[in-house]
Design a protein around this ligand. Sequence first.
Ligand code: BES
Ligand code: MN
Ligand code: MN
Length: 484
Amino acid sequence: MSTPSPASSASTHASSASPSAAQLVAEVDRGFDASTARLVDFLRIPSVSTDPAYDGETRRCAEWLVGELRGLGFEAEAAKTIGHPMVVAHHPGVGADAAKRPRILYYGHYDVQPADPLELWTSPPFEPAIVEGPRGKRVVARGAVDDKGQVMGIVEALRAWKALAGGPPCPVTLMIEGEEESGSKSLEPFMHAAKDRLAADVCVVSDTGMWDIATPAITTRLRGLVYMEVTVHGPSRDLHSGMYGGAVPNPINVLARILSELHDVDRRITIPGFYDGVGELPPTTRAQWESLGFSDSEFLGDIGLQDGFGEKGRSTLERTWSRPTCDVNGIFGGYTGKGAKTVIAAHATAKVSFRLVSRQDPAKIAAAFEEFVRSRLPAGCRAEFESHGANAAIEVSESSRYLVAADAGLKAVFGKAPLLIGTGGSIPAVGAIQRILGMDSLLVGFGLDDDCVHSPNEKFELACYQNAIRSHAAMLGEFARLSR
Ligand code: BES
Ligand code: MN
Ligand code: MN
């Protein structure tokens, strides 16, 4: 037990009855400065999973988290995988009733995106800075909101439960991965191998956003993702563009033309069969989204734009939550240094990603893209493809009893009910958890649109962090009222 606080000393019967939401919130608030200090320690470790130069730090980060969870009475380890360690931890729950209550699996990730371009950060990405913003204090660091701050939202909620009740009221397992930002190669093999340890009744994922700083949200739709890298090869070596130019295929010109043909004038994607399985929005969902009062001007104004752009005849919310996309994420080849060099490069590469919705089939989309490119190559060129992942879209039930319980917990913290929203992002684990472990996920996240996810100066509002901890504590209390 930690130092008694007004909230915990008021509940001297805490060992017999479960703490109330108000008692949990008071306990979270009492410890919030220390929770922030621990988040800062976590953020200091540069766990960039995609870059092998950070492998040692990524492991150290996993071990740091294991240390925290052991301190909370969990049996925890940084489990070996074919890639970065998986942090797995388990607590059977306190009291004789715990075994009758739903088993909760929490999923999140401790790895982060690379921090570049470094020169655009106002403070070093792995030296977390607590700075004053228009909505109070915020922590600025790579991983602040995606996903270390949200993982600590869960960990610190478990700490409040330990302080007030000796541990969580339900059996709790955590699976915190170290490869979410770099393709999750170990995730499925690990889940197959550890199926028994990961058994639970519901998975709670905290890696998404809120509606706004005062309004919580439960995300019920995630887009899928097909990510392909394509290299067009032409001449057998780089050439003088005067000697050869005009008489040979230029792989950069060829690739640029093909990429430009991926969209038509209405910004629909032209790959044959691409829209197979794309459903129209049910009228009730459309009406609910319209009632949200989404502001195009706020969403676009924040990124320096005025007008939306995308598939003709669709709103911004539809375009990001329920329509598929094709975006070139990177393109390179030839001379990119200073000044001019007259050269025809031997090859050119593009990284192309597709966001998928409804029942679009990732394997079919990947194959159709390859065919789209190959069928447009001139004689003398060939294309090579590499896949960086393929995941279908996810829709989760809007009426599960866990969602109803989460709704009650969030109401107790925010004084209002969460909105049901979609997101344009992807979390491959959610589909794998459904397929391999056979359970639905409940997506409750605490990010804001302007958190600069994956960008320089990523931040997490401390108000969001505090509400994340409070909410996870209160939601766990609500889950514990259900029987298995
Ligand atoms: N947390 C994000 C997903 C996300 C982003 C959810 C924005 C809600 C709003 C996650 O870490 C992520 O970045 N996912 C990647 C996919 C992954 C395979 C690299 C994405 O969506 O690009
Ligand atoms: Mn994330
Ligand atoms: Mn991410």
